[in-house]
Design a protein. Structure first.
Length: 86
C-alpha cells in the first residue's frame, strides 16, 4: 500500500487558508448574531489566525531575502517598511 504524501504544513503554505478563515470569521462576527460566549471564542480563534498569518509573512520575507542574497544568508533580516535599501 502506497503512502500518501505528507502535506506541507509550514505557516507559509497555509497562509491563504488562514487568511480566508480569518475573513470568514470577521464576517460572521460583524453580523452581530453571535452570543457573547461565541463572540469571545471567535475572537480567540481570530487572534490565533492573525498570529499564524503574521508568522507566515515573516517567514516568506526571510525566504525572499535569502533568495535575493544567497552569498550572505546571515545578513538576512525581516523587511522594514522604512528601509530605503534595495
Amino acid at each position: 500500500m502506497a503512502k500518501k504524501p505528507v502535506p506541507d504544513t509550514s505557516p507559509v503554505a497555509d497562509f491563504e487558508q488562514s487568511m480566508q478563515a480569518l475573513e470568514d470569521l470577521v464576517g460572521k462576527m460583524e453580523t452581530g448574531e453571535m452570543t457573547l460566549e461565541e463572540s469571545l471564542a471567535a475572537y480567540e480563534r481570530g487572534v490565533g489566525l492573525y498570529r499564524s498569518c503574521q508568522t507566515a509573512l515573516e517567514q516568506a520575507e526571510l525566504r525572499v531575502r535569502l533568495l535575493s542574497d544567497p552569498a550572505s544568508p546571515d545578513d538576512a533580516r525581516p523587511f522594514d517598511a522604512n528601509d530605503d535599501a534595495p
